[in-house]
Design a protein around this ligand. Structure first.
Ligand code: P1T
Length: 410
């Protein structure tokens, strides 16, 4: 039994297939949905937070006669609340939670068959490239990576057997911005789904389904949870057939999150809109300061007018996000010295938490991308990626200045 009922959502709907609160009540803002979407007060005690239900199995009145839950992999009340909340934030109908972003992506790619082809944006998380290159390719599913900043390249890359289009926007780590509506149009012409990885933007800043995307995927490990203490993933779609197939795959393939992790993400989501406002405010300030710095060659931040994707970002995002990449002038040793000298920014993979992180994509997050691809994308020795956290802007800038100072001394 896969179609378990969920909590009653605040729009009054019952069921795992929860109508988006956004569509049910157009007046509700994302700030409200982040706190209440997919949740209700627990009916027995009135607890305002959904309980963490750890039970792996659920007693049945008789064989097949259960209360909507039969087995923990197939469905769990805490997970249902999280799935409904994320679906409401993305303006979707079907929300699915996973044990990691990679688990979510792998489920989506299992919609495909050997012989199918995917057109994918050229700049994606290293682990995403690795799934395409090292997992799907040997299974007979090929991908062509194209720079989607020119939409005509997407059209040119389409083949008769193209069955999916995939993009990250803004992309990881180059912060490229692709036009979701324009690419969605092409995918629609081909009759195939457009998958948008919305991890960098979050639904607070960008809602791909409203722009024509078919499926949204997240690493909830990042902004959605926001506290760097749970690895997870999520998928949202409005398409009933895809929702049903993904629900089947979620259960059949089994990459489901623990109830405790679902609770953590659900709790993190409550402050997502507030957090995003501060991430954006600080990132804007730091990006502007980096532009003027003599040791910085180039800043990649979609909020800068000089960014090639500025106009598209203005059109499809409400704000440019909290991620910045920049090219540090100098050698690899200078990049190492820069990262080593930071005291507030942790030198670490991942992003989107309350704490600031800095990393070296070529050595860290994008090591699985072949060197020639990295070079073509601009993932060079000087490229540093920042996840701007919620610490005071002045402290963050002082920290970066200490990094520049250390790099200069090499
Ligand atoms: O790490 P995981 O939760 O499995 O999510 C994978 C993933 C998917 N999509 C994007 C855009 C991502 O950035 C990631 C993971 N990224 C990092 C760990 C990183 O530091 O870039």
């Amino acid at each position: 039994m896969l179609m378990n009922p969920s909590y009653v959502d605040i729009a009054g709907g019952v069921g795992r297939v929860v109508m988006s609160l956004m569509s049910a009540k157009p007046g509700l803002s994302i700030d409200t949905l982040a706190i209440h979407g997919g949740q209700h007060h627990e009916p027995i005690t009135g607890a305002v937070m959904p309980p963490i239900v750890l039970s792996t199995t659920f007693a049945q009145d008789g064989p097949g006669n259960h209360k909507g839950f039969d087995y923990g992999r197939s469905g769990n009340p805490t997970r249902n609340a999280l799935e409904a909340c994320i679906a409401s934030l993305e303006g979707g109908k079907h929300g699915l939670a996973y044990s990691s972003g990679c688990g979510a992506m792998t489920n989506i790619l299992h919609l495909l068959r050997p012989g199918d082809h995917v057109v994918c944006g050229d700049d994606v998380y290293g682990g995403t490239f690795r799934i395409f290159d090292k997992v799907m390719k040997p299974m007979g599913i090929e991908a062509t990576f194209v720079d989607m900043t020119d939409v005509s390249r997407v059209e040119k890359a389409m083949r008769a057997n193209t069955k999916m289009v995939w993009m990250e926007t803004p992309s990881n780590p180059m912060l490229k911005v692709f036009d979701i509506a324009a690419v969605a149009e092409l995918a629609k012409k081909q009759g195939v789904p457009l998958v948008v990885d919305n991890t960098f933007a979050t639904p607070v800043l960008q809602r791909p389904l409203d722009l024509g995307a078919t499926i949204v995927v997240h690493s909830t490990t990042k902004y959605l949870n926001g506290h760097s203490d749970a690895v997870g993933g999520a998928i949202v779609t409005r398409d009933d057939a895809l929702g049903e197939r993904l629900r089947f795959l979620q259960n059949a393939m089994g990459a489901v999150p623990s109830p405790f992790d679902c609770y953590l993400v659900l709790r993190g989501l409550k402050t997502l809109p507030v957090r995003m406002r501060q991430h954006v405010a600080s990132a804007r300030t730091l990006a502007a300061k980096l532009v003027g710095h003599p040791q910085v060659e180039r800043v990649h931040y979609p909020g800068l007018e000089s960014h090639p994707g500025y106009a598209v970002a203005q059109k499809q995002m409400s704000a440019p996000g909290g991620m910045i990449s920049f090219d540090l002038r100098g050698s690899l040793d200078q990049s190492r010295a820069f990262l080593k000298a930071l005291r507030i920014f942790a030198c670490a993979e991942s992003l989107g938490g309350v704490e600031s992180l800095a990393e070296h994509p070529a050595i860290m997050t994008h090591a699985s991308v072949p060197p020639e691809n990295r070079k073509a994308l601009g993932i060079v020795d000087g490229l540093i990626r920042l996840s701007v956290g919620l610490e005071a802007e002045a402290d963050l800038w002082a920290d970066l200045e200490a990094g520049f100072h250390a790099a200069k001394a090499v």
